[in-house]
Design a protein around this ligand. Structure first.
Ligand SMILES: Nc1ncnc2c1ncn2[C@@H]1O[C@H](COP(=O)(O)OP(=O)(O)O)[C@@H](O)[C@H]1O
Ligand SMILES: [Mg+2]
Length: 267
């Protein structure tokens, strides 16, 4: 986001910011000075609108309620609402914060926020403020320095151009620069075998570590959904770690399994 937008956003959320920051600091302090390096996880999906943000919200809620400091990060966010004062509301970040109850200030969560609902490379061509890898990494490292479990959400699916003018940056470049393993969010319904298969084949080709699959919009007992899960696991060798039904307010996974998906930078 531009400096101007960043400042506006800071003003916009300033009423709750001070309380949040002191709460966040308190929570971090409770974990003690000897807190280990942050554990990290990247959330990708088989496409846009598949439920990455929704599932991220449930994941962060579970971590937060388990008593660890959990943080959210998204390098580039497109399709955000512009307010009358010109500032942009980082929609995914607001959703995750509201769903999870985390105390992290919104300003830490996303360095690049665009208005147009197009890929970040095109949004920045239209609006300016192209993504710079060093800024993405700087923001991510700062979040990792302050929290124990950091979850980064991707833009779109796994194959997403982030910048294609000043520099060429693809989503996988960010995943690699931040040394992240990935969780794949997929739809439980028709078409998912193709989408999961192609996503995993691409990720293996690019040597991106895969931690598991979560099927969204899942209906227990639905023959198609059950078969899709079996076929995707057979095709890719990647295990399903959870299912999310429509309207779920809790993620049906043990905290231990959830935490085991996160890795330290050099693990
Ligand atoms: N399990 C679910 N139950 C209810 N609504 C959902 C669920 N998963 C996704 N949605 C809704 O579908 C829309 C797209 O999901 P979102 O998480 O924003 O997708 P993505 O982040 O992959 O683009 C949002 O309006 C979201 O609230
Ligand atoms: Mg999203």
């Amino acid at each position: 986001m531009s400096k101007r937008n960043h400042e506006n956003q800071g003003e916009e959320f300033s009423s709750e910011k001070r309380i949040e920051q002191s709460t966040a600091q308190g929570q971090r302090a409770e974990e003690g000075q000897s807190r280990k390096p942050a554990k990290r996880l990247f959330i990708t999906g088989t496409g846009t609108d598949i439920g990455k943000t929704y599932v991220a919200g449930l994941i962060l809620k579970k971590l937060h309620q388990s008593g660890v400091s959990a943080a959210y990060y998204k390098a580039a966010m497109s399709g955000n609402e512009r307010q009358s004062d010109g500032s942009l509301i980082p929609g995914d970040a607001v959703t995750v914060k509201e769903m999870s109850g985390i105390c992290q200030p919104l300003e830490e969560m996303c360095p690049y926020v665009y208005e147009n609902a197009v890929s970040p490379h095109l949004a920045s061509r239209m609006e300016g403020n192209p993504v710079v890898m060093e800024q993405v990494k700087k923001g991510f490292d700062a979040v990792c320095a302050g929290y124990s479990f950091v979850t980064m959400e991707g833009s779109g699916g796994i194959l997403c151009p982030i910048c294609f003018d000043e520099k060429e940056i693809w989503l996988e470049d960010i995943i690699k620069a931040c040394h992240l393993g990935c969780l794949i969010i997929a739809d439980a319904g028709l078409g998912t075998i193709n989408n999961v298969g192609l996503t995993v084949f691409y990720m293996k080709e690019k040597k991106i570590p895969i931690k598991g699959i979560i099927f969204n919009h899942y209906e227990p007992g639905n023959v198609l959904h059950e078969d899709n899960r079996r076929m995707c696991e057979y095709l890719t060798g990647v295990k399903t770690v959870a299912y999310v039904r429509d309207g779920d307010e809790e993620l049906d996974i043990s905290v231990e399994l959830l935490k085991s998906l996160y890795e330290e930078e050099d693990e």
